[in-house]
Design a protein around this ligand. Structure first.
Ligand SMILES: [Zn+2]
Ligand SMILES: [Zn+2]
Length: 229
């Protein structure tokens, strides 16, 4: 059985529920969005009891903001890459380093703080979702943050968080148009990570903002920058 990937659209970001034998929730949105996430699960007929793990693409406020509330409600572990664990422990997104000028403006609108939560599980490259009946592994794709990860399925689908962005204004327009996210802590690493995910065979890329992207178009967009990586 091929597990479904259901998008749950939230105020700023999109969370995803992966439905295999068990369900894995990828990201939890911003603070105060737990009800919205739970409604999203119900809309896809995923009983909350089926959720086995809260997996984070990274520790930013719009992806881990409702983790503390959802962990209390669902009673399941929260997992994050070790390099972003500090952001979750502190409830602080850390430096929002703008990639281009307009991001400086946007940074004012994004509150970096969120309810702190001690991660239960620190994951790294190669962590498998096999135990949940989901043929997918974690690929470490740092750059946006040091602990950014992607979930790569055997069939080439990938959930990549903020590794890239689809379209403009957070994906509101031209969502299938590949582009850079507004923020990156290390842009050289970011480009390496985009290349890594594409080279590993990603075909359809689901994102925290906009998307999904088709890998061919993403390669066209980013390959000219790979030389600089
Ligand atoms: Zn982010
Ligand atoms: Zn985001």
């Amino acid at each position: 059985m091929t597990p479904a990937i259901f998008p749950i659209r939230l105020r700023i970001s999109t969370a995803y529920v992966i439905l295999g034998e068990r369900a894995v929730l990828v990201d939890t949105g911003s603070e105060g969005e737990e009800e919205r996430v739970l409604r999203g699960l119900r809309r896809y007929n995923v009983e909350p009891e089926r959720v086995a793990l809260l997996l984070h693409t990274h520790g930013h406020t719009d992806h881990a903001g409702s983790t503390r509330a959802l962990r209390e409600r669902l009673r399941v572990p929260a997992a994050v890459h070790a390099a972003d664990a500090g952001k979750m422990r502190a409830g602080d997104s850390g430096p929002l380093v703008p990639l281009r000028f307009s991001s400086r403006v946007l940074a004012f609108f994004l509150n970096p703080r969120f309810p702190a939560v001690e991660p239960d599980l620190l994951i790294e490259e190669g962590y498998s979702l096999g135990e949940f009946g989901i043929p997918a592994v974690v690929v470490h794709t740092p750059g946006h943050t040091p602990g950014s990860i992607s979930v790569l399925f055997d069939d080439g689908r990938a959930i990549a968080g903020d590794l890239m962005m689809g379209g403009s204004l957070g994906g509101a327009y031209h969502a299938a148009e590949p582009g850079y996210h507004y923020f990156a802590e290390d842009v050289t690493e970011l480009r390496r990570s985009i290349r890594k995910l594409l080279d590993r065979g990603a075909k359809t890329i689901y994102l925290g903002h906009g998307g999904p992207l088709e890998a061919g178009r993403a390669r066209e967009r980013f390959a000219p920058d790979f030389a600089a990586a």
